[in-house]
Design a binder for this molecule. Structure first.
Ligand code: GLN
Ligand code: ZN
Length: 756
């Protein structure tokens, strides 16, 4: 019974790769030095895996920027604007990722987008109609040789041909991507032949698109691909992850591959189905340890679930992580200051390797002393968790009734009350929340964290910043102000730090893209809000002006999606607990005299399941969580929400069901195209479509914004419209923001004259 590691995080337990990359990009180190760091990381990570009992080390999981980009280079699929004269090398990859031409001038980077439903971003391959694939970059093969030289058995891991094509985009004239498949398969056959020549036995070819609902042509492509690769002199481990592939069972079970990997964490029920259909010459890799969380596995329960299949299959069953460990932080051992109660619940990538070994131990020697210890640890951990439950929170969730989710009156009635109260002009202007996080502000925070500034000094300095932010908005003539979020480092962390049941690590980093890592909060217990989190700042800002200042909160769905959330209760329940905490804050803000409160939900759409058939169930609970957070207020309190760039066409009914009085969205990049959804659906509440693309340093002109507002007014009745930027302004400078907002206010005034 082999242990199967699908891939290990590459960044290093102290983010060594990040620092080495950034040093190299700044021109402060040589490529040879960068390679040294990379080689050392691979060596360490392979060593850990072998020490845990992994027989074949994954190779190809290491990438300097992104493994999909490495694959594109291997296949000679590099955009012309980044390519350069000579052969593809590491600098070519960095040019694709970072937007440089070989001459050193700017050339737009390849697009980056989320890898399925993870927070990892890959570089979207750009394919032309006359694309010819051929091996053009040696990294995979070099690393196979490197692992072998260290005495390890190498198992190359790479995205399979059909998923690769699926994730790619076409450039130039429009054409069917699948027309490139035959040529792509030749290149894959060449790659597999190279591996075979190196003495490789198994190759992990990943087809994560199998978790999607595929059209007939893509299903056919899967068959075609694996029929074509059947003659390869290596064994193919067809690998799925992130969801059930049961709906493709007949297709998958008929493929001529030597092994199949299933994600049994997201979809345990697949096991019996595929085990029954397994041919005698095939192996099944059971992905039982979650590769994308931080929680210790319930090894005893896993063994209960797979025990009978394990007995049937014997050595034909492998024990694996559900997916690559790429999405987990690297090593719990470097967390030296965690509370023991939290620590015992955790397992990072390195610890997950041991869990694989523990599963095997329990399966093979259930009576051994070691096995008993493993079971006892699991029992003790569950017992401790049960002890730590917060009965008050649980009771509060249980006692919720439909009325808790609904505002007192319908929107039109609220709108009338709010209009009388705020007397806002036609096309009210506002911003999304944050104003520039200047180096001065970041300096204050770091000095305060180091203890060089007292709490009182820090607060006073930030009050100064807030006063300045309010002054500037007043001068600009904005109607609904914000306090600017100077006190917040991050919109989720700021709240996480103040909530019960949410914890933080020091080094729990996971790669988001390139050298960029994030350190998500850990929602490990029942969530509650011990005391007000934002009221002081909101009240202070409101005391500076008679104009309304929006209270600013992060919504429950976004906090959930941008955290590692516990898995012993449903996400729906966690969202409900978070919603109650935010609701308490909303009510406190209202009672402190804050009349307009924004609850941001930029990650709302991110939570959509991979399969469209499962969307509605998600939307139902996510909408409910938002409503619960917002509905504790009286009619005259105006609730706003904000979402970043999202495709609204297919979720507009849910967006309307959230029943926010005002929603601000990102629309300027799409030139208001996104508003078609709001037009066709007749969205009932008020909307602020962004007219200023905050991702660009450019100042939008008055005319451009007049044009966008007019365009919006063709799609949404003008009485429903607000005018605002696309998103928060924290990444911009005041030099950029002030002229842009001045133009935004001028554009609005111009339109008020015309339309009023
Ligand atoms: N209020 C937040 C800000 O302005 C919203 C950020 C976001 O949408 N991601 O920064
Ligand atoms: Zn946004």
């Amino acid at each position: 019974m082999q242990l199967n590691s699908l891939g290990f995080p590459r960044i290093g337990r102290r983010r060594e790769l990040k620092f080495a990359l950034e040093k190299y990009w700044r021109g402060e180190s040589t490529q040879a030095e960068l390679h040294e760091v990379a080689k050392e990381l691979r060596r360490t990570h392979w060593q850990w895996q072998v020490a845990a009992g992994i027989e074949q080390v994954p190779v190809g999981d290491f990438a300097f920027y992104d493994q999909v980009l490495t694959l594109s280079a291997t296949l000679n699929a590099i955009p012309d604007r980044h390519r350069g004269e000579g052969a593809i090398d590491l600098d070519t990859l960095f040019r694709v990722a970072r937007g440089r031409a070989p001459t050193g001038t700017d050339a737009p980077a390849s697009e980056m987008t989320k890898y399925f439903n993870t927070n990892y971003h890959y570089l979207v391959p750009e394919l032309k109609q006359d694309q010819v694939f051929s091996i053009a970059y040696e990294q995979f093969f070099d690393e196979v040789a490197e692992a072998q030289a260290l005495g390890y058995q190498a198992k190359p891991v790479l995205l399979g041909p059909v998923s690769y094509l699926y994730l790619a985009k076409t450039v130039g004239q429009d054409f069917d991507k699948l027309s490139l498949l035959p040529n792509l398969l030749k290149a894959y056959a060449d790659i597999l032949a190279r591996f075979a020549a190196q003495g490789v036995t198994w190759v992990q070819l990943e087809e994560p698109i199998l978790a999607l609902e595929l059209t007939a042509d893509w299903q056919a492509a899967i068959s075609e691909a694996y029929q074509a690769l059947k003659t390869a002199q290596v064994k193919i481990l067809l690998t799925s992850y992130y969801g059930s592939i049961s709906h493709h069972q007949a297709l998958v079970s008929a493929l001529p591959v030597a092994g199949l990997h299933l994600d049994l964490v997201t979809a345990p029920e697949q096991l019996a189905l595929f085990a029954n259909a397994l041919r005698a010459d095939q192996i099944l890799s059971a992905g039982v340890v979650n590769g994308r969380n931080v929680w210790a596995a319930e090894v005893d329960l896993i063994v209960e679930r797979i025990g009978s299949v394990a007995r049937d299959l014997g050595a034909r069953l492998w024990i694996g992580s559900s997916c690559s460990l790429l999405h987990s932080p690297v090593d719990l051992e470097v967390e030296t200051t965690l509370a023991p109660t939290l620590r015992q619940q955790l397992a990072f990538a390195k610890q997950k390797l041991l869990e694989l070994a523990n599963v095997r131990q329990l399966l093979q020697a259930p009576e051994s002393v070691a096995a008993k210890e493993i079971v006892n640890t699991c029992l003790a951990r569950r017992e401790a968790k049960a002890q730590a439950a917060d009965a008050k929170v649980i009771a509060r969730v249980a006692a919720l009734t439909q009325a808790d989710y609904e505002r007192v009156s319908e929107f039109t009635e609220r709108q009338a009350v709010q209009q009388r109260k705020y007397r806002l002009p036609l096309l009210p202007t506002t911003t999304i929340g944050s104003f520039p996080q200047t180096p001065a502000i970041r300096g204050l925070r770091s000095r305060w964290r180091k203890g060089e500034l007292s709490d009182a000094q820090y607060t006073e300095q930030l009050q100064q910043v807030t006063r300045d932010t309010i002054d500037r908005q007043l001068k600009l003539g904005i109607d609904v102000l914000v306090h600017g979020e100077a006190e917040r480092n991050d919109m989720v962390e700021y709240f996480g730090e103040q909530l019960e049941g949410v914890g933080f690590t020091k080094n729990g980093w996971v790669q988001s893209y390139g050298s960029r890592c994030v350190k998500p909060p850990l929602i490990y217990g029942d969530v509650s809000r011990p005391k007000a989190m934002t009221v002081d700042w909101a009240v202070f800002a409101q005391s500076l002006t008679d104009k309304p200042v929006k209270g600013m909160l992060t919504g429950p769905v976004t906090i959930l999606h941008w955290s590692f959330a516990r898995e012993d209760i449903s996400r729906d329940t966690i969202a409900t607990q978070l919603a109650l905490a935010i609701r308490d804050e909303v009510v406190d803000l209202q009672n402190a005299g804050i009349g307009i409160i924004q609850i941001d939900e930029p990650a709302f759409r991110e939570g959509l399941p991979l399969k469209q058939s499962e969307w509605q169930a998600y939307l139902d609970w996510a909408v409910n969580a938002f409503k619960l957070s917002a509905a504790g207020v009286v009619d005259e309190t105006q609730i706003h929400t904000h979402m970043c760039y999202s495709e609204f066409n297919d979720t507009i009914a849910a967006i309307a069901a959230m029943d926010a009085d005002v929603i601000t969205i990102e629309t300027s990049r799409s030139r208001m195209e996104l508003l078609n959804a709001f037009e066709d659906f007749e969205y009932p509440n008020e909307i602020g479509p962004g007219v200023y693309d905050i991702h660009s340093p450019n100042t939008p002109s008055v005319e451009a914004m007049v044009h966008l507002i007019e365009k919006a007014a063709q799609k949404v009745p003008v009485r429903q419209l607000w005018v605002n930027p696309d998103c928060g302004l924290k990444t911009r400078t005041w030099d950029e923001v002030e002229p842009a907002l001045k133009n935004m206010v001028d554009a609005t005034r111009e339109l008020r004259r015309r339309l009023g």
